[in-house]
Ligand binder design. Structure first.
Ligand code: FES
Length: 102
């Protein structure tokens, strides 16, 4: 497992999301209601960037393309048209910075 730097602590405000370039696939990091989550940035249903989705403060995000909704904690698809989950990753804060463990 390796750490991918996201930003300094406090730079990702509540209600914000950001895309983080990472190999082999970009990540999306969210601050939903003050809780940090990370998923693959690509929607499980198609070619959409989840970091551009509609983030709610209840730990869910809606895909910007076809409006499937996902649980950020588990990655589970909560409604159609998506049926496959988003892959999720642990987020940690250390030394004043936010990282995703991949
Ligand atoms: Fe996300 Fe279709 S691309 S729901």
């Amino acid at each position: 497992m390796r750490r991918v730097f996201v930003c300094k602590t406090g730079e990702l405000a509540e209600g914000d999301a950001r895309k983080v370039d990472c190999q082999p696939a970009a990540l999306a990091v969210f601050n939903s209601g003050g809780v940090l989550y990370a998923t693959l940035d690509m929607c499980s249903h198609g070619n959409a960037s989840m970091s551009e989705g509609y983030l709610e403060d209840d730990g869910t995000v809606e895909c910007p393309l076809h409006a499937a909704r996902f649980c950020l904690k588990t990655g589970r698809a909560l409604c159609l048209p998506a049926t496959d989950p988003l892959r999720t990753f642990p987020v940690l804060e250390d030394g004043g910075a936010i990282y995703v463990e991949v």
